[in-house]
Design a protein around this ligand. Sequence first.
Ligand code: FE2
Ligand code: FE2
Length: 143
Amino acid sequence: MGIVTSTNSQTIVRCGILWQDQQHSELLRCIRNLQQKILDKTLDMTELNRIRTFLVWYVDLHFATEEAYMAELAYPGRAAHKAEHEGMTNKLMNLFEVIEDGMGHPDLHACAQLCVDLNKWYLSHIAGPDQDLAAFLKQQGVR
Ligand SMILES: [Fe+2]
Ligand SMILES: [Fe+2]
């Protein structure tokens, strides 16, 4: 695993590739933003939908970036890594499904669970397959 630092009770796992770490940090920032709005009790459905839209868009961009590098450099684990990205995209859609309380407001209990699930969703991939990809990219001279 890469360098692990803990800030604000959340964990950043570094891969050692600049663009990859920057994109991972942006994903974490988005999850933190959601968490903070729940704590501040300022989360409404408009904001929740905005966060979801950003997260879905940014995850797609991030996965596409990793997949472009994998294709360009003929990464041997490409098929499995790409399949994991697809599974994660589907999971992300499912995670946001049961989030409205039936009266037009976010269900805060479900949102708190969403943050826990998003952190697991994020960490399991970055601390696992992304570390292998980063090691390969470094071998290939990517920084
Ligand atoms: Fe990945
Ligand atoms: Fe990644």
